[in-house]
Ligand binder design. Structure first.
Ligand SMILES: C[S@@+](CC[C@H](N)C(=O)[O-])C[C@H]1O[C@@H](n2cnc3c(N)ncnc32)[C@H](O)[C@@H]1O
Length: 197
């Protein structure tokens, strides 16, 4: 068995043992443990949340007085009292309103693990994924509070630099993070953005 496959299997086993719905949960967990993004009582919007691994982690990190809203094309099974979910397309024209109707206030943190099913055509998959992430970034003026943070999955390819440049203007600091649970060969990285202007 290749080392990478062994590593993936081991994350799958740990996810199962610890009751997480996806091994993706470890990516956010590792980012948060290192950079301390999520705080008790935070309001969080999680884009691309099914089956719910990130939401499970977020729910614990923000505590019972925090609130998280998960958004996905697919339904997410009930997570906890402090989590609500919305089945919709991030590209829906009135999604800002749908989100703000459900939040107690603008979000402290926005997270996105959005990606569509992969076609296998590299350029197309990158373009689609970056398009989804850009859509999330367009929503920030309506849904993210000033000085808020974001953790955004993004594929490295055509369009990556342009989105990174835009985020560097919108946030005080942006760093590129590759958590150990993300496969080294995968083109995905996470942008950790802090201090929304
Ligand atoms: C990698 S999965 C997310 C895994 C999740 N973070 C977890 O821990 O369980 C990516 C998700 O993005 C969602 N997605 C893709 N395109 C979308 C769109 N246009 N609107 C909303 N969700 C979308 C998919 O349905 C999928 O559930």
């Amino acid at each position: 068995m290749k080392l990478d496959q062994a590593k993936r299997d081991s994350y799958r086993r740990i996810a199962k043992r610890e009751g997480y719905r996806s091994r993706a949960a470890f990516k956010l967990m590792q980012i948060d443990k290192k950079y301390r993004v999520l705080k008790r009582n935070d309001v969080v919007v999680d884009f691309g949340s099914a089956p719910g691994g990130w939401l499970q982690y977020i729910s614990k990190a923000i505590g019972t007085k925090g609130f998280a809203l998960g958004i996905d094309l697919k339904p997410v099974k009930l997570i906890a009292e402090n989590v609500r979910t919305l089945v919709t397309d991030v590209k829906d024209s009135n999604i800002e309103d749908k989100i703000m109707e459900r939040l107690p206030k603008k979000a402290d943190v926005a997270t996105s693990d959005l990606s569509q099913s992969l076609s296998g055509i590299w350029e197309l998959d990158v373009a689609r994924q970056i398009d989804l992430t850009s859509r999330v970034v367009e929503l920030f003026p309506s849904i993210l509070k000033k000085r808020g943070s974001a953790v955004l999955k993004i594929f490295q390819g055509e369009g990556f630099d342009a989105l990174l440049d835009r985020l560097k203007k919108d946030f005080k600091s942006v760093i590129i993070v590759k958590p150990p649970a993300s496969r080294p060969q995968s083109s995905e990285v996470y942008l950790l953005c802090r201090g929304y202007a």
